[in-house]
Design a protein around this ligand. Sequence first.
Ligand SMILES: [Mg+2]
Length: 263
Amino acid sequence: MWLVFTDLDGTLLDHDSYSFEAARPALDLLKARGIPVILASSKTEAEMRPIADGIGISHPMIVENGAGVVGLNAETTVGDAHSSNRYMRLRTLLRELPKELGACFAGFGDWDVEEVSRQTGLPHSSAALARQRRFSEPGLFTGTDAEKRVFLDHLDAQGFTAVQGGRFFTLMPKTSKADRMAEVVAHYQRRSRDPVRTVALGDAPNDLAMLEAADCGIIISNPAHAPLPVTEREGQGAILRSEQAGPEGWNTMIHQLVATGFL
Ligand SMILES: [Mg+2]
C-alpha cells in the first residue's frame, strides 16, 4: 500500500493564497485509489484541522514540525495526553530558568492573540489557532550567542531542542517530521499485509529528511527561496523536482507518478 506525506505551506498550499484547489484533481485521484494523504506541517493541529476538512480527509497528521503526531489510534490518546504535557513542560522549563536567561526568550505562550498576529502577520482568527499549541513553542531569542548555548543546554537536559526557522526560534522535543513519518508508516504497516511504500512532497530544508526517507521524494519548486541542495538520493533518481510551484506542481507530479505506473 502507498502513503503520500505532504508539507502544506509552499507545497500543497499556494505560497500566497494558501489555496490547495489546483491540487484537487490529484487529491481526488489519490482518494479514488484509496491512498491516504498525511499532512505534515509546522502548523498546529487547530490550524490543520480545517484544511484537512476542506480536503475531505481524516487521516493522521504530523503537527508542529514533527513535534507531534495526532490521530494515529486509541493508543496515542495516552500518548497525546502525555504529549499535551510537553507544551506545559516546555512552559514550566522556561519559567524555572535563571531569571536573566528566561528573559532572553519570549514565545507564543507569553504573547496574546494581538501580539502573535503582529509577530506572524496572521489575521487574528488564525493567530488564535496558532496559539493552541501542544508540543512546541515558537518565539524569539534575544540573548547573546553565549546565552543561547546555556539556554540550549537547559533544553537538552530536559529532552528538548530548538530549531531556528525563517522567523522563529522554536523549542521542541528532539524529533522531526521524518521520525513522525516512520511512526505513521509503522502504524499502517501493522494493518497491511503489503509493504507500505511512501511518497513525500515538500519545498523547504525542514522537509528534506522526510523527502530522503521516502521511496519517492518530490521537491516542489518554490520561487520564494533558494532551491534545495541536490542530495545523493536525488542523484539515484529517488527524488524528483516539480517545475511548477505549490499545488500546481503537486497536481502535476502526482498525476505523473500515476501515469508512469509508479503509484
Ligand atoms: Mg513548506
